[in-house]
Design a protein around this ligand. Structure first.
Ligand code: ADP
Ligand code: AMP
Length: 214
């Protein structure tokens, strides 16, 4: 099963992708996590991506597309995968279509997690992320068992630099300009499924399981 997670920054893509990954046993491929790991490891790609990420902008398409094209050929992707944060622009979606078509493959579901902008700022301000394993929490809506410590791996939780309010505003503008048009794009391909992302985390997941099947 191949799934794309769509939605504004902070809509809950990563939170849901983790649960989908556990239930259906397919990997979560988060381009944001891949860039953050590259930044942490001081790679050339990380240095290039950081400039855009810190400004709340999208990393240029060519840097992202090659990375995903390679990642989905890994062995753990043979039964499917969840693309979390990719594609984020029409050129990325067209490139993905082309790559999959050339491999006689296709995406099965595009899940659009719908959350209005007014909920997003509050969600991002309370988000805490584990730089070690990529798990995300919310200080109010989804707190870790021990404050500041990741339940999964014991890592120290952080407030991401790009979750500060001024960067979040820019990320929302970028989302509306460049990513939201993908809703129409996938509606035309007839694989778009909309999920009400304002519900509680478990309710959102239940909606997703209804779509994907048990
Ligand atoms: P995205 O991957 O779309 O950027 P996240 O999954 O990281 O979003 O979620 C953003 C923040 O909102 C996190 O702090 C997360 O714990 C919280 N969150 C996710 N889903 C919900 C929900 N349904 N209700 C309330 N808070 C949520
Ligand atoms: P995320 O963790 O998905 O919120 O992504 C964090 C940041 O990484 C984004 O604000 C972008 O700067 C960058 N990024 C992640 N995925 C992509 C993508 N598909 N295209 C361009 N930039 C991306």
């Amino acid at each position: 099963m191949k799934i794309i997670m769509l939605g504004a920054p902070g809509a809950g893509k990563g939170t849901q992708a983790q649960q989908i990954s556990a239930k259906y046993d397919i990997p979560q491929i988060s381009t944001g996590d891949i860039f953050r790991a590259n930044i942490k490891n001081n790679t050339e790609l990380g240095a290039k991506a950081k400039v855009y990420m810190d400004a709340g902008d999208l990393v240029p398409d060519d840097l992202v597309i090659d990375l995903v094209a390679d990642r989905i050929t890994w062995d753990d992707c043979k039964d499917g995968y969840i693309l979390d944060g990719f594609p984020r622009s029409i050129p990325q979606a067209e490139a993905l279509d082309e790559i999959l078509r050339s491999r006689e493959d296709k995406v099965d579901y595009v899940l659009d997690i719908d959350v209005p902008d007014e909920n997003i700022i509050h969600r991002m301000g309370g988000r805490r992320a584990c730089p070690n394993c990529g798990a995300t929490y919310h200080i109010e809506f989804n707190p870790p068992k021990v404050e500041g410590v990741c339940d999964n791996c014991g890592g120290e939780l952080i407030l991401r630099d790009d979750d500060k309010p001024e960067t979040v505003k820019e990320r929302l503008t970028v989302y509306h300009d460049q990513t939201q048009p993908l809703i129409d794009y996938y509606e035309k391909e007839d694989i778009l499924e909309s999920v009400d992302g304002t519900k509680e985390i478990d309710d959102v997941f239940n909606q997703i399981v209804e779509i994907l099947g048990e």
